[in-house]
Design a protein around this ligand. Structure first.
Ligand code: DAH
Length: 359
Protein backbone atom coordinates (compact mmCIF):
# COMPACT_ATOMS: atom_id res chain seq x y z
CA UNK A 1 0.00 0.00 0.00
CA UNK A 2 2.76 2.50 0.93
CA UNK A 3 4.56 1.64 -2.26
CA UNK A 4 1.39 2.58 -4.12
CA UNK A 5 1.23 5.93 -2.40
CA UNK A 6 4.86 6.68 -3.24
CA UNK A 7 4.08 6.04 -6.90
CA UNK A 8 0.97 8.25 -6.74
CA UNK A 9 2.98 10.99 -5.08
CA UNK A 10 5.69 10.85 -7.72
CA UNK A 11 3.06 10.99 -10.44
CA UNK A 12 1.16 13.93 -8.93
CA UNK A 13 4.32 15.90 -8.21
CA UNK A 14 5.52 15.31 -11.76
CA UNK A 15 2.20 16.67 -13.07
CA UNK A 16 2.58 19.76 -10.90
CA UNK A 17 6.16 20.33 -12.01
CA UNK A 18 5.35 19.94 -15.67
CA UNK A 19 2.46 22.46 -15.54
CA UNK A 20 3.87 25.40 -17.50
CA UNK A 21 0.90 27.74 -17.29
CA UNK A 22 -1.37 28.79 -14.43
CA UNK A 23 -4.27 27.05 -16.21
CA UNK A 24 -2.33 23.80 -16.51
CA UNK A 25 -1.37 24.03 -12.84
CA UNK A 26 -4.99 24.54 -11.87
CA UNK A 27 -5.93 21.46 -13.88
CA UNK A 28 -3.22 19.45 -12.09
CA UNK A 29 -4.49 20.75 -8.73
CA UNK A 30 -8.06 19.73 -9.47
CA UNK A 31 -6.93 16.29 -10.65
CA UNK A 32 -4.90 15.78 -7.46
CA UNK A 33 -6.70 17.42 -4.55
CA UNK A 34 -9.96 18.57 -6.12
CA UNK A 35 -13.29 17.21 -4.93
CA UNK A 36 -13.20 14.36 -7.41
CA UNK A 37 -9.41 14.12 -7.51
CA UNK A 38 -7.00 11.27 -6.94
CA UNK A 39 -6.50 11.83 -3.22
CA UNK A 40 -10.21 11.94 -2.57
CA UNK A 41 -10.52 8.61 -4.34
CA UNK A 42 -7.73 7.15 -2.21
CA UNK A 43 -9.46 8.33 0.96
CA UNK A 44 -12.64 6.58 -0.12
CA UNK A 45 -10.81 3.23 -0.14
CA UNK A 46 -10.05 3.73 3.58
CA UNK A 47 -13.21 1.91 4.57
CA UNK A 48 -12.19 -1.22 2.64
CA UNK A 49 -9.04 -1.66 4.73
CA UNK A 50 -8.73 -3.77 7.85
CA UNK A 51 -9.25 -1.43 10.85
CA UNK A 52 -5.63 -1.77 12.09
CA UNK A 53 -4.29 -0.33 8.83
CA UNK A 54 -6.68 2.59 8.51
CA UNK A 55 -4.86 5.04 10.74
CA UNK A 56 -1.47 4.68 9.08
CA UNK A 57 -3.01 4.79 5.67
CA UNK A 58 -5.01 7.93 6.45
CA UNK A 59 -1.94 9.67 7.78
CA UNK A 60 0.06 8.71 4.72
CA UNK A 61 -2.61 10.06 2.38
CA UNK A 62 -2.72 13.30 4.38
CA UNK A 63 1.06 13.63 4.21
CA UNK A 64 0.87 13.03 0.50
CA UNK A 65 -1.77 15.74 0.21
CA UNK A 66 0.40 18.21 2.10
CA UNK A 67 3.37 17.44 -0.13
CA UNK A 68 1.32 17.94 -3.29
CA UNK A 69 -0.19 21.20 -2.00
CA UNK A 70 3.22 22.55 -1.02
CA UNK A 71 4.50 21.73 -4.49
CA UNK A 72 1.47 23.44 -6.05
CA UNK A 73 2.06 26.62 -4.01
CA UNK A 74 5.71 26.74 -4.94
CA UNK A 75 4.94 26.12 -8.60
CA UNK A 76 2.25 28.79 -8.55
CA UNK A 77 4.64 31.36 -7.08
CA UNK A 78 7.12 30.62 -9.86
CA UNK A 79 4.50 30.80 -12.60
CA UNK A 80 3.08 34.04 -11.15
CA UNK A 81 6.54 35.56 -11.16
CA UNK A 82 7.14 34.40 -14.73
CA UNK A 83 3.75 35.77 -15.83
CA UNK A 84 4.56 39.15 -14.29
CA UNK A 85 7.99 39.19 -15.92
CA UNK A 86 6.42 38.37 -19.28
CA UNK A 87 3.84 41.12 -18.86
CA UNK A 88 6.43 43.68 -17.84
CA UNK A 89 8.50 42.76 -20.86
CA UNK A 90 5.50 42.92 -23.20
CA UNK A 91 4.24 46.25 -21.86
CA UNK A 92 7.60 47.89 -21.62
CA UNK A 93 7.69 51.49 -22.83
CA UNK A 94 10.77 53.57 -23.34
CA UNK A 95 10.05 57.04 -21.99
CA UNK A 96 13.30 58.33 -23.42
CA UNK A 97 12.16 57.79 -27.01
CA UNK A 98 11.40 60.99 -28.92
CA UNK A 99 7.76 61.94 -29.48
CA UNK A 100 6.31 60.25 -32.52
CA UNK A 101 6.07 62.68 -35.38
CA UNK A 102 2.62 61.39 -36.24
CA UNK A 103 1.17 62.81 -32.99
CA UNK A 104 -1.11 65.26 -34.79
CA UNK A 105 -3.30 66.68 -32.03
CA UNK A 106 -2.97 70.28 -30.95
CA UNK A 107 -3.93 72.09 -27.77
CA UNK A 108 -6.53 74.77 -28.51
CA UNK A 109 -5.26 78.31 -27.81
CA UNK A 110 -8.05 78.79 -25.23
CA UNK A 111 -6.87 75.74 -23.28
CA UNK A 112 -3.26 76.81 -23.64
CA UNK A 113 -4.03 80.31 -22.38
CA UNK A 114 -5.96 78.94 -19.40
CA UNK A 115 -3.04 76.62 -18.61
CA UNK A 116 -0.64 79.54 -18.72
CA UNK A 117 -2.82 81.74 -16.50
CA UNK A 118 -3.28 78.93 -13.97
CA UNK A 119 0.43 78.26 -14.01
CA UNK A 120 1.35 81.91 -13.31
CA UNK A 121 -1.20 82.40 -10.52
CA UNK A 122 -0.45 78.91 -9.21
CA UNK A 123 3.12 80.04 -8.63
CA UNK A 124 1.72 82.94 -6.58
CA UNK A 125 -0.21 80.54 -4.35
CA UNK A 126 -3.63 80.65 -6.02
CA UNK A 127 -5.60 77.46 -6.55
CA UNK A 128 -8.23 76.78 -9.18
CA UNK A 129 -11.92 77.03 -8.26
CA UNK A 130 -14.87 76.31 -10.53
CA UNK A 131 -18.58 76.95 -10.73
CA UNK A 132 -21.43 75.81 -13.00
CA UNK A 133 -22.35 77.45 -16.32
CA UNK A 134 -25.97 77.60 -15.16
CA UNK A 135 -26.17 79.98 -12.24
CA UNK A 136 -28.88 81.44 -10.07
CA UNK A 137 -29.74 85.10 -10.43
CA UNK A 138 -28.70 85.84 -6.87
CA UNK A 139 -25.09 84.65 -7.25
CA UNK A 140 -24.67 86.05 -10.77
CA UNK A 141 -26.09 89.48 -9.86
CA UNK A 142 -27.68 90.30 -6.50
CA UNK A 143 -24.96 88.96 -4.21
CA UNK A 144 -22.42 90.84 -6.34
CA UNK A 145 -24.19 94.07 -5.43
CA UNK A 146 -26.10 94.22 -8.73
CA UNK A 147 -29.71 94.64 -7.54
CA UNK A 148 -32.72 93.90 -9.82
CA UNK A 149 -32.99 97.32 -11.46
CA UNK A 150 -29.25 97.92 -11.81
CA UNK A 151 -28.17 98.93 -15.36
CA UNK A 152 -25.34 96.37 -15.30
CA UNK A 153 -28.01 93.67 -15.70
CA UNK A 154 -29.04 95.12 -19.06
CA UNK A 155 -25.46 95.69 -20.14
CA UNK A 156 -24.72 92.03 -19.71
CA UNK A 157 -27.29 90.80 -22.29
CA UNK A 158 -28.23 87.90 -20.09
CA UNK A 159 -29.59 84.57 -21.32
CA UNK A 160 -32.44 83.78 -18.94
CA UNK A 161 -34.08 80.38 -18.53
CA UNK A 162 -37.68 79.68 -17.56
CA UNK A 163 -38.49 80.43 -13.94
CA UNK A 164 -38.25 77.58 -11.46
CA UNK A 165 -40.67 76.72 -8.65
CA UNK A 166 -39.41 79.67 -6.59
CA UNK A 167 -40.24 82.11 -9.42
CA UNK A 168 -36.56 82.97 -9.99
CA UNK A 169 -35.14 82.60 -13.47
CA UNK A 170 -31.79 80.75 -13.67
CA UNK A 171 -29.22 82.39 -15.97
CA UNK A 172 -26.29 81.26 -18.06
CA UNK A 173 -23.63 83.02 -16.05
CA UNK A 174 -22.64 86.31 -17.67
CA UNK A 175 -19.24 86.34 -15.96
CA UNK A 176 -17.10 84.14 -13.70
CA UNK A 177 -17.68 86.52 -10.77
CA UNK A 178 -20.44 84.35 -9.18
CA UNK A 179 -17.68 81.88 -8.29
CA UNK A 180 -16.42 84.62 -5.93
CA UNK A 181 -19.72 84.21 -4.08
CA UNK A 182 -19.59 80.42 -4.16
CA UNK A 183 -16.05 80.44 -2.79
CA UNK A 184 -16.68 82.95 -0.01
CA UNK A 185 -19.82 81.08 1.05
CA UNK A 186 -18.04 77.75 1.40
CA UNK A 187 -14.49 78.58 2.43
CA UNK A 188 -12.90 80.32 5.35
CA UNK A 189 -10.34 83.03 4.55
CA UNK A 190 -7.53 83.24 3.66
CA UNK A 191 -8.86 82.64 0.14
CA UNK A 192 -6.77 82.80 -3.00
CA UNK A 193 -8.49 81.37 -6.05
CA UNK A 194 -8.29 81.64 -9.81
CA UNK A 195 -11.43 80.69 -11.74
CA UNK A 196 -11.29 79.94 -15.47
CA UNK A 197 -14.56 79.13 -17.16
CA UNK A 198 -17.22 79.59 -19.82
CA UNK A 199 -19.44 82.66 -19.77
CA UNK A 200 -22.45 83.66 -21.89
CA UNK A 201 -23.99 86.85 -23.27
CA UNK A 202 -26.58 87.38 -25.97
CA UNK A 203 -24.25 89.17 -28.33
CA UNK A 204 -22.74 88.04 -31.62
CA UNK A 205 -20.48 89.93 -34.01
CA UNK A 206 -16.82 90.08 -35.06
CA UNK A 207 -15.67 90.86 -31.53
CA UNK A 208 -18.38 89.16 -29.46
CA UNK A 209 -19.41 85.54 -29.16
CA UNK A 210 -22.47 84.34 -27.21
CA UNK A 211 -20.15 81.92 -25.42
CA UNK A 212 -16.72 83.05 -24.37
CA UNK A 213 -14.28 82.50 -21.54
CA UNK A 214 -13.21 84.51 -18.55
CA UNK A 215 -10.87 84.02 -15.68
CA UNK A 216 -11.70 85.45 -12.28
CA UNK A 217 -9.32 85.99 -9.40
CA UNK A 218 -10.20 86.45 -5.74
CA UNK A 219 -8.07 87.11 -2.70
CA UNK A 220 -9.73 87.47 0.71
CA UNK A 221 -7.88 87.71 4.00
CA UNK A 222 -7.45 90.26 6.76
CA UNK A 223 -4.79 92.45 5.22
CA UNK A 224 -4.63 92.38 1.41
CA UNK A 225 -4.85 95.88 -0.03
CA UNK A 226 -4.70 97.79 -3.31
CA UNK A 227 -0.90 97.55 -3.33
CA UNK A 228 -1.15 93.76 -3.38
CA UNK A 229 -3.71 93.96 -6.18
CA UNK A 230 -1.34 96.09 -8.24
CA UNK A 231 1.76 94.00 -7.57
CA UNK A 232 -0.05 90.79 -8.34
CA UNK A 233 -1.53 92.01 -11.64
CA UNK A 234 1.63 93.75 -12.84
CA UNK A 235 3.52 90.52 -12.23
CA UNK A 236 0.88 88.55 -14.09
CA UNK A 237 0.86 90.88 -17.14
CA UNK A 238 4.64 90.87 -17.46
CA UNK A 239 4.93 87.09 -17.12
CA UNK A 240 1.99 86.30 -19.38
CA UNK A 241 3.02 88.64 -22.20
CA UNK A 242 6.70 87.80 -21.70
CA UNK A 243 7.79 91.42 -21.61
CA UNK A 244 9.85 91.98 -18.44
CA UNK A 245 9.35 95.75 -18.31
CA UNK A 246 5.85 95.85 -19.80
CA UNK A 247 4.17 99.14 -18.83
CA UNK A 248 1.00 98.45 -16.80
CA UNK A 249 -1.49 101.22 -15.98
CA UNK A 250 -4.31 101.21 -13.43
CA UNK A 251 -7.19 103.43 -14.49
CA UNK A 252 -10.04 104.30 -12.08
CA UNK A 253 -13.26 102.63 -13.14
CA UNK A 254 -16.50 101.32 -11.71
CA UNK A 255 -17.88 97.87 -11.02
CA UNK A 256 -20.75 97.25 -8.60
CA UNK A 257 -18.82 94.49 -6.80
CA UNK A 258 -15.58 96.39 -6.14
CA UNK A 259 -14.74 99.67 -4.45
CA UNK A 260 -12.43 101.20 -5.48
CA UNK A 261 -12.29 99.69 -8.96
CA UNK A 262 -9.61 99.87 -11.60
CA UNK A 263 -9.25 98.79 -15.18
CA UNK A 264 -5.81 97.59 -16.17
CA UNK A 265 -4.13 98.65 -19.40
CA UNK A 266 -0.89 97.41 -20.89
CA UNK A 267 1.44 99.38 -23.11
CA UNK A 268 1.52 98.77 -26.84
CA UNK A 269 2.61 100.36 -30.06
CA UNK A 270 1.28 100.46 -33.58
CA UNK A 271 4.35 102.17 -34.96
CA UNK A 272 5.16 101.25 -38.54
CA UNK A 273 1.73 99.68 -39.00
CA UNK A 274 2.69 96.70 -36.84
CA UNK A 275 0.97 96.05 -33.53
CA UNK A 276 3.28 95.16 -30.65
CA UNK A 277 2.82 94.73 -26.93
CA UNK A 278 5.38 96.63 -24.85
CA UNK A 279 6.67 100.18 -24.64
CA UNK A 280 4.91 102.52 -26.99
CA UNK A 281 2.50 105.37 -27.33
CA UNK A 282 -0.71 103.46 -26.81
CA UNK A 283 -2.60 101.46 -24.17
CA UNK A 284 -4.82 98.41 -24.35
CA UNK A 285 -7.37 97.53 -21.71
CA UNK A 286 -7.08 93.89 -20.66
CA UNK A 287 -8.87 93.43 -17.34
CA UNK A 288 -11.13 94.76 -14.61
CA UNK A 289 -10.26 94.69 -10.93
CA UNK A 290 -10.83 96.25 -7.55
CA UNK A 291 -11.12 95.83 -3.81
CA UNK A 292 -14.03 93.51 -3.07
CA UNK A 293 -17.03 95.61 -1.99
CA UNK A 294 -17.84 95.19 1.74
CA UNK A 295 -21.47 94.47 0.80
CA UNK A 296 -20.35 91.51 -1.32
CA UNK A 297 -18.29 90.13 1.56
CA UNK A 298 -21.28 90.56 3.91
CA UNK A 299 -23.64 88.92 1.37
CA UNK A 300 -21.51 85.79 1.64
CA UNK A 301 -21.83 85.69 5.43
CA UNK A 302 -18.31 86.98 6.12
CA UNK A 303 -17.58 89.95 8.37
CA UNK A 304 -16.48 92.91 6.18
CA UNK A 305 -14.92 94.60 9.20
CA UNK A 306 -12.60 91.65 9.57
CA UNK A 307 -12.05 90.51 5.99
CA UNK A 308 -11.02 92.36 2.87
CA UNK A 309 -9.31 91.63 -0.41
CA UNK A 310 -9.27 92.12 -4.12
CA UNK A 311 -10.75 90.59 -7.24
CA UNK A 312 -10.16 90.76 -10.95
CA UNK A 313 -11.64 89.40 -14.13
CA UNK A 314 -10.49 89.17 -17.70
CA UNK A 315 -11.54 87.79 -21.06
CA UNK A 316 -9.46 84.80 -22.09
CA UNK A 317 -10.08 85.08 -25.85
CA UNK A 318 -8.99 88.69 -25.77
CA UNK A 319 -5.63 88.11 -24.12
CA UNK A 320 -5.07 84.97 -26.23
CA UNK A 321 -5.68 87.03 -29.39
CA UNK A 322 -3.24 89.67 -28.18
CA UNK A 323 -0.51 87.27 -27.18
CA UNK A 324 -0.74 84.94 -30.14
CA UNK A 325 -1.75 87.37 -32.87
CA UNK A 326 -5.10 85.74 -33.59
CA UNK A 327 -7.06 88.32 -35.57
CA UNK A 328 -10.67 87.07 -35.48
CA UNK A 329 -12.59 86.00 -32.38
CA UNK A 330 -15.03 83.81 -34.29
CA UNK A 331 -12.30 81.47 -35.54
CA UNK A 332 -11.84 80.15 -31.98
CA UNK A 333 -15.06 78.16 -32.30
CA UNK A 334 -14.96 77.13 -35.97
CA UNK A 335 -13.24 73.79 -35.29
CA UNK A 336 -11.23 74.35 -38.45
CA UNK A 337 -8.34 71.89 -38.40
CA UNK A 338 -6.12 74.09 -40.54
CA UNK A 339 -6.61 76.91 -38.05
CA UNK A 340 -5.92 74.59 -35.13
CA UNK A 341 -2.74 73.26 -36.76
CA UNK A 342 -1.58 76.83 -37.22
CA UNK A 343 -2.57 78.37 -33.88
CA UNK A 344 -2.66 75.25 -31.70
CA UNK A 345 0.06 74.04 -29.36
CA UNK A 346 2.05 70.83 -29.25
CA UNK A 347 0.63 68.80 -26.34
CA UNK A 348 3.97 68.17 -24.69
CA UNK A 349 4.90 71.86 -24.54
CA UNK A 350 3.39 72.30 -21.11
CA UNK A 351 3.62 75.87 -19.86
CA UNK A 352 5.70 76.20 -16.74
CA UNK A 353 7.05 79.24 -14.96
CA UNK A 354 10.49 77.67 -14.68
CA UNK A 355 10.68 76.47 -18.26
CA UNK A 356 9.31 79.78 -19.46
CA UNK A 357 5.99 80.18 -21.14
CA UNK A 358 7.37 80.18 -24.64
CA UNK A 359 6.05 78.04 -27.44
N1 DAH B 1 -17.17 90.56 -14.00
C1 DAH B 1 -16.63 91.66 -14.78
C2 DAH B 1 -17.15 91.54 -16.22
O1 DAH B 1 -17.54 90.51 -16.63
C3 DAH B 1 -15.14 91.64 -14.79
C4 DAH B 1 -14.58 91.99 -13.46
C5 DAH B 1 -14.28 93.30 -13.13
C6 DAH B 1 -14.36 91.00 -12.51
C7 DAH B 1 -13.78 93.64 -11.92
C8 DAH B 1 -13.86 91.34 -11.26
C9 DAH B 1 -13.55 92.67 -10.98
O2 DAH B 1 -13.61 90.43 -10.32
O3 DAH B 1 -13.03 92.98 -9.76
O4 DAH B 1 -17.10 92.50 -16.93
Amino acid sequence: MTADLAAVQAELLAAVESADTLDALEAARVAAVGRKGRLGALMKTLGDLPPEQRRDYGQSVNALKTAVETAIDARKARLDGAALDARLAAERIDLTLPVRPEAEGRIHPISQTIDEIVQIFGQMGFRVAEGPDLEDDWKNFTALNIPPEHPARQEMDTFYLRAGADGARPVLRTHTSPVQIRTMMTEKPPIRVIVPGRTFRSDHDATHSPMFHQVEGLVIDEASHMGHLKGCLIEFCRTFFEVADLPVRFRASHFPFTEPSAEVDIGCTRAGGEFKIGHGDDWLEILGSGMVHPKVIANCGLDPDKYQGFAFGMGIERIAMLKYGIPDLRTFYDSDLRWLRHYGFVPLDIPGALGGLHR
